[in-house]
Structure formats: C-alpha cells, structure tokens
Design a protein around this ligand. Sequence first.
Ligand code: CU
Length: 341
Amino acid sequence: MTIARLISFLSSRPAALAAAAAAVMATTPAFAQADAEAAAAATSGASEIIGAPKDWGIGFQPSASPVKHEMVAFHNNLLMPIITGTTIFVMLLLLYVMLRFNARANPKPSKTTHNTMLEVIWTLVPVIILVIVVIPSMKLLYMADKTADAEMTLNIKGFQWYWGYQYPDHGDIEFNAYMVPEKDLKEGQVRLLSTDNPVVLPIDTNIRLLVTANDVIHSFAMPALGVKIDAVPGRTNETWTRIEKVGTYFGQCSEICGINHGFMPIEIKAVTKEDFANWVAAQGGKMPTAEAEATEGTAQAAEAAPAADAAASAASEEAPAADAAAADETASEEQPAEAAQ
Ligand SMILES: [Cu+2]
C-alpha cells in the first residue's frame, strides 16, 4: 500500500485504525474499566454523577458526547497501540545492545560511524508515524471547533474565582456559580465540585458554548463531554457539546488562574428537554422554540387569509389565537390540494 493510499484510508476511517491492536487494548485494565464505567452509566438512573472521583478510578471518565467518543477512540485505537509498540521496540533494542555489545560480550568494538540506510529509516519512520497521527487529530480538532446547527447557546465567563453563565436564547437567564464550601455541603453534593448554581442543560441538543473571561485566563473543562477550552479576557472562544445522558457532570477550571484556581468547579445538570423547559420557566426565562412557532403561526395566518374582510380582522384582533388556529387549518387544507395539482 502506498503512503498516499494509507493516508486516505486513515483519514476516511479513523475508527477502523489498528484493528489488530484492539484485542490488546481490551485486556488492559484502564480500558476495561472505562468500558465498565460506560456500561454502568448507560444503565443507571437520573441522579447519576459523572466526573466525581471514585476509588480506583483510572482511565477516561465515561464519555457522554459525540466529540468525547471520538477522542476515546482516537486514544484507544491509534495512540495507545503506537505508544505501546514504540516503547516495547525501544526497550527490546536497549536490552539487545546491553547484552550483545557490552565490554565483556564484545571486547573488540567495530569502528562503524555511519549507515545511510539506517539513518534514512530512523528519520522516515517517525515522520510517517506523526503523519498518521496528525490526520485524525486534526479531524478531531475541527469536529470540536463548532457545530453547524447549534440549537442553543450558553455563554460562559470565567472570573477570579467562579464561573458566570448566561442563556441568550432563553430570555437572558444569568447567574454565577460558586463552589459550595465544605461546611455547607448537603446530601448528594460533592466536596470541591458541587456549585450553588449548577448549569442546567438539555440532553440531545447541539449546544454552542461561547467562552470568555473577565480578568485572567481560565479554562472551561468538562472531561465527560470532551470539552476543554481556554477562557481568555477580551476574546470569545467557541466550542460545542451534545450531552447524551441525563446526569450530573463535573469539571474544573484547567488553567492556573490564581489562589483559588482549584476552587471554581463546574457543575452541569443534564436534564430532559421537558425538564429543561420547566427549569427555564422557573427562572423567568422563555423557550425560543415556543416564540418562533408563535411568530410562524401569525405569518401563516397572514399568508393564508389575505382577503379576509374587516369584520374578520376585527374578530382576529379579539381572538388572535383562534384565528391563527383557523388559518392553520385552512393552510393544511390547501396544501394537499396544491400538492395534488
Ligand atoms: Cu480559573
């Protein structure tokens, strides 16, 4: 297989890489545990906590977003086989040199100084390995960069030392979230990770995250979602997520930002879309979809009944909802007829 073909194969199918190595991975404890965690996550209930420390917690946190799935696959299927293979190869070489060429086994060393073939190989092989790594890596970076069709936006701002959140699509709900001090922890809250105002987000929704900072550089990191992005004063960084499971997720500031850097955690409560709508209502906000539908309905009414007489428009002023409903009916009656023509 030529290098060009190999590259195109790798870039088109990153998940299919190093299939032979997958068997090795399955026997490694770290991966086995990540799988077990993921399985447990899939079967347990709504109150599940993801991202809190646990005994023997090694490996990745269970992934709960498309980007994180790809990151885990990239690590497990490509990086680990390469790193493991390289380490074993170098270790065997070292052992061979130590045994075969020590002073006792090889008292008269050869005077060889150069070997062109060998030098070409040990330059080219690492280059090829890096090219193989960089292609899926860049694909992943672009995937994490932004979502084409964001359904909502969350503005995130880092402060010394807490996070501020704003929901511009939901009537500008706005709040700050501080870590709950140890003495105030309630049942179910996690030391150093729970906040007084968890971020509530809907599952199965493409969420645009716009991240900035007020004072110094912070970093917004949610391991289970595969999100880690710098929060820079005077600059807005964009990334996105799509949370797949209901639960409580924890993250932390990941850029040393001062004395309380370790005490500005991130808590996200991922809820169903209905629960999210209820939460928005409880916060005094409004859902963008309801508003959009109402506008659409009015537009349809205006389109469907342009010849309505004065009496009808007077009636519609008195009962706009009924009129809109009637217009909707007309529209739906007209559409099949048009389609038939
Ligand atoms: Cu910070």
